[in-house]
Write a protein that binds this ligand. Structure first.
Ligand SMILES: Nc1ncnc2c1ncn2[C@@H]1O[C@H](COP(=O)(O)OP(=O)(O)OP(=O)(O)O)[C@@H](O)[C@H]1O
Ligand SMILES: [Mg+2]
Length: 327
């Protein structure tokens, strides 16, 4: 496995003021015993509600934070022990803050990255040209970072993270605040990067379309624990998601009763039924057609958003108190 995580833990100690003189210590188990492995070239989504522990995990994977317990290897390297060596193998994009130099034009930031990572000149030139082309950065190279829009800055950040040919790219909310067109561009770029370079990608996002379009595997984390690790299809099963069947009848009837489906509601001659997403709709459709004056019918697939919401709900996973949120 390219990334190995075993029983990983991170506990923060927060000192809270409790009254005038007293200070209380409180522990937050941000990551509470997580294990997973990621193979080379995989593209994995890492999702969960606010405060679940996603960013904390990523910070440990980059060596920014030292784990409180467990074992961690990225490309065979222990991130917190050998952060500098690891830096040559990984690229990181934090959507919430830039790694670029605020007052410098993009071009100069990239020149600094060139020197910091000692990237061979031809390699650097090739990678830069490729990023500029695919991320549409041509017009922006001479603009100081502080003058860039959020979407432009994000594309600039993604390029900066890739100039040294990292084997793995961590993206912590790379599409936050981007418009639809910019999001599509970023996704397209990541797909291309993964396909042509075999770059391993770990992607944290609250935009589930990112996951649906990019990741065949998704890990769901809540309260520092891994709740699900598997394919998107399996996530629907785990979340007990349901497809809905919209049935148009020739006239109003009593609520439809057929095996394998549940009546949800009716509006005149139109009725809504629900059936498990994992089951086939065919027998239900046949049963409705046989017993009711069926005119038209359509099936609506469950959206991943409601599935996740259900999962969070099922585990009692509410976002933590806002006062505890420290990024
Ligand atoms: N430096 C820190 N000191 C104290 N507590 C922290 C620190 N960093 C994170 N936490 C706490 O750890 C928990 C997990 O935070 P984390 O940033 O990993 O969540 P997240 O899943 O990335 O959430 P979001 O979706 O809001 O970005 C939260 O309760 C947070 O308040
Ligand atoms: Mg976060």
């Amino acid at each position: 496995m390219f990334i190995e995580v075993e029983a990983l833990e991170k506990t923060f100690t927060i000192r809270k003021r409790a009254g005038l003189l007293r200070r209380e210590k409180r522990e937050v188990r941000a990551v509470d015993g997580i294990s997973f492995g990621i193979g080379k070239g995989e593209m994995v989504g890492y999702i969960g509600p606010n405060g679940a522990g996603k960013s904390t995990t990523i910070k440990m994977l980059t060596g920014i934070l030292t784990p409180s317990g467990g074992r961690l290897r990225v490309a065979g390297i222990d991130p917190s022990r050998d952060r500098t060596r690891l830096a040559h193998r990984i690229g990181v994009v934090f959507g919430q803050r830039t790694t670029l130099w605020w007052d410098l034009p993009l071009r100069d930031s990239y020149a600094l990255v060139h020197r910091m990572y000692r990237i061979p000149d031809t390699r650097f030139a090739e990678n830069l040209a490729r990023c500029v082309d695919l991320l549409d950065l041509g017009e922006l190279l001479d603009v100081p970072v502080r003058q860039l829009s959020l979407g432009q800055r994000m594309r600039g950040d993604i390029a900066a993270a890739l100039l040294h040919d990292p084997d793995v790219l961590y993206l912590d909310e790379p599409t936050i605040g981007l418009d639809v067109v910019s999001k599509a561009k970023v996704r397209e770029f990541l797909r291309e990067l993964n396909a042509t370079r075999g770059t391993t990608v770990l992607l944290t996002t609250h935009d589930l379309t990112d996951i649906e379009q990019l990741c065949s595997r998704v890990m769901v984390i809540d309260h520092g624990r891994l709740m699900y690790d598997g394919g998107l299809a399996g996530l629907h099963e785990a979340g007990e998601s349901e497809r809905s069947l919209v049935v148009d009848l020739a006239r109003e009837t009593a609520p439809i009763e057929v095996p394998g489906a549940r009546f949800v509601r009716a509006e005149g001659p139109r009725q809504w039924l629900a059936l498990p997403a994992s089951a086939s709709a065919a027998p239900v459709v046949a049963a409705v057609a046989a017993a009711y004056p069926l005119v038209d019918l359509s099936v609506r697939e469950p959206d991943i958003e409601s599935v996740i919401a259900k999962m969070y709900g099922g585990t009692g996973g509410t976002p933590r108190a806002a006062g505890e949120s420290v990024r």
